[in-house]
Write a protein that binds this ligand. Structure first.
Ligand code: SAM
Length: 288
């Protein structure tokens, strides 16, 4: 039975270890049983699954995942938490904790070693200072992942769920659409954490596509086009891409936009995923 999804269990651990909560690592521990249960439920975790948890903290969500999963691999950067995790997770025999930075560790190698290369599920209450790089890394490296169910700042969930034309629309929205089908699971207010974050949070579920929804010759190239299109949001798409150091000139972008019957002075935020796929396929044909 989980012991930590409540104020008393979490306070007891903090006091026992005189734990200094590290703001620099984005440490906000969940204390709400229903939020934790609903998150793991949204991930549809079963005993057939190996789950990767990013940032187990003192082991709160880890306990909830371990109850349902076959195996949990938890990657935690803060070495001070490792002995605490040995204590709080001592009654489970299906958890492996790795003391590493998730942005530096080779997740592919972990999946090969721990799950024979078969797809895993990711479930986490993410550290908010690196939410976007973590999600982009998981998606763009095309790792064997079935789904990603994560707590993020509500503002990031809004950026993920948005459509062309909105101020929130950008590389993250497009990457999530290209690789997954996103759904919003729940909005989570600050009082569900110790310490309380300054913003609302949200749990999102990203079901990874077996095949991308658009045809792209080279997805890495398409994302370099997308990134340069949004790097300078106030610039036109053609200037942004030309300044992106990806070997494309302004004239080539203008020619491609004309082929697509789009205005050459259009901005990146107006293009859909399908538009970016077509644009990058045309640009690719110019340079290869
Ligand atoms: N899972 C716990 C919970 O729900 O209560 C804690 C979540 S807390 C928001 C984020 C966790 O991520 C912290 O334990 C923090 O130390 C860890 N973390 C921060 N940066 C990390 C990184 N680069 N790699 C791995 N873990 C990291």
């Amino acid at each position: 039975m989980p012991t930590l999804g409540c104020v008393s269990g979490t306070r007891a651990v903090i006091e026992k270890y005189n734990l200094c909560i590290q703001k620099k690592f984005g440490q906000n521990f969940l204390i709400d049983d229903s939020v934790l249960s609903k998150t793991v439920e949204a991930a549809s975790v079963s005993k057939d699954d190996t789950v990767l948890e990013i940032g187990p903290g003192i082991g709160t969500m880890t306990q909830y995942i371990a109850e349902k999963a076959g195996k949990v691999i938890a990657i935690e950067i803060d070495k001070m938490l490792i002995p605490i995790l040995s204590d709080t997770l001592s009654s489970y025999n299906n958890i492996k904790v790795i003391n590493e930075d998730v942005l530096k560790v080779d997740i592919n190698k972990i999946v090969q070693e721990e799950n024979d290369g078969k797809p895993i599920k990711v479930v986490a209450n993410l550290p908010y200072y690196i939410t976007t790089p973590i999600i982009m890394n998981l998606l763009e490296n095309e790792l064997p992942i079935e789904s990603i169910t994560v707590m993020v700042q509500k503002e990031v969930a809004d950026r993920i769920a948005t459509s062309p034309g909105s101020k929130d629309y950008g590389a993250l929205s497009l990457a999530v659409q290209f690789y997954t089908e996103p759904t919003m699971v729940q909005i989570v207010p600050p009082h569900c954490f110790i310490p309380q974050p300054g913003v609302d949070s949200a749990v999102i579920h990203l079901k990874c596509h077996k095949n991308p929804p658009v045809d792209v010759i080279d997805s890495k190239f398409m994302f370099s086009v997308i990134r340069s299109a949004f790097a300078q949001r106030r610039k036109t798409l053609s200037n942004g891409v030309a300044n992106g150091n990806i070997g494309i000139t302004r004239d080539q972008v203008v020619a491609a936009l004309e082929q697509m019957n789009l205005n050459p002075s259009i901005r990146g935020e107006k293009l859909s995923l399908q538009d970016f796929a077509t644009l990058s396929n045309i640009l690719y044909s110019f340079i290869k």
